[in-house]
Write a protein that binds this ligand. Structure first.
Ligand code: BTN
Length: 243
């Protein structure tokens, strides 16, 4: 895949979004920044990391012919592909924390921000933003953040890692329809952090409760079993899994 590198941009996702809006004929492309000045995380958070030591990159995948119902499948397949690439580097104890945080040894080493362009009931393009902590040695005031370097003591070639990630994701997308939702969910559950465990959840009101994480349904909703209410389903915006 064609990779463009820039020194600094506010957010690689925002950059590609503007680019695609202005020119919908754009072909698949990956944009990687040495530094982001306003990196965006999920739920309106900021994504911050040390310049030049990590991957802050986005892939623009165009000419897609996917149904909107496939949004979670797409998201799950991206997380699973990132895990596959990291598994080949022998990164320990890799897990996906719903919906698509990448954990290793319980540290968050990566985050994914997917923004789809929808028209009617179709996804015609997708921007997949990946923040992967690679060679950063410490994260001040972020006790749950980690990097590949911190876990293995090794230094990684960022360029090679990005090429592998971008090519693997592009390839997976071209095969998306070859995988059944059932198989993707099976694989996702197999790698899901805290599945079948009693965990603490937090509602947007701040109220906390404990329950068992039973799994994820085909639309990407979290299924939690509680004593009080039985099995309940939550959208990403409706709940947070604390850990
Ligand atoms: C999360 O909150 O876990 C998602 C973080 C996603 C960060 C990446 S870095 C590259 C791309 N550009 C952005 O502004 N965000 C994503």
């Amino acid at each position: 895949m064609r990779i463009i590198k820039v020194n600094a941009t506010d957010s690689t996702n925002s950059f590609l979004r503007e680019m695609y809006r202005e020119n919908p004929a754009t072909q698949n492309l990956c944009l990687s920044a040495y530094e982001q000045t306003k990196g965006r995380g999920q739920k309106g958070t900021l994504w911050q990391c040390e310049a030049g030591k990590n991957l802050t990159s986005s892939l623009l995948l165009t000419r897609l012919k996917l149904g909107v119902k496939q949004q979670f499948k797409l998201s799950a397949m991206v997380s699973l592909t990132v895990l596959e690439v990291l598994e080949k580097l022998s990164i320990p104890n890799l897990k996906i924390k719903w919906p698509n945080d990448i954990l290793a040894d319980n540290f968050k080493i990566g985050g994914i921000l997917i923004e789809n362009f929808l028209k009617g009931d179709k996804i015609h393009a997708s921007i997949i933003g990946i923040g992967l902590n690679v060679n950063q040695e410490k994260f001040d005031n972020l006790p749950k953040a980690g990097s590949l370097q911190m876990l293995t003591g090794k230094n990684y070639d960022l360029e090679r890692l990005l090429e592998t990630l971008a090519d693997s994701i592009e390839k997976k997308f071209s095969l998306l329809n070859d995988f059944s939702m059932e198989d993707v969910l099976k694989d996702y559950h197999h790698n899901l952090f805290a599945i079948h465990k009693v965990s603490t959840f937090q509602l947007p009101s701040g109220k906390r409760f404990s329950g068992i994480l039973r799994g994820i349904d085909e639309d990407g909703r979290l299924e939690v079993l509680t004593e009080a209410n039985g099995l309940e389903k939550f959208e990403v915006k409706q709940i947070k899994l604390l850990y």
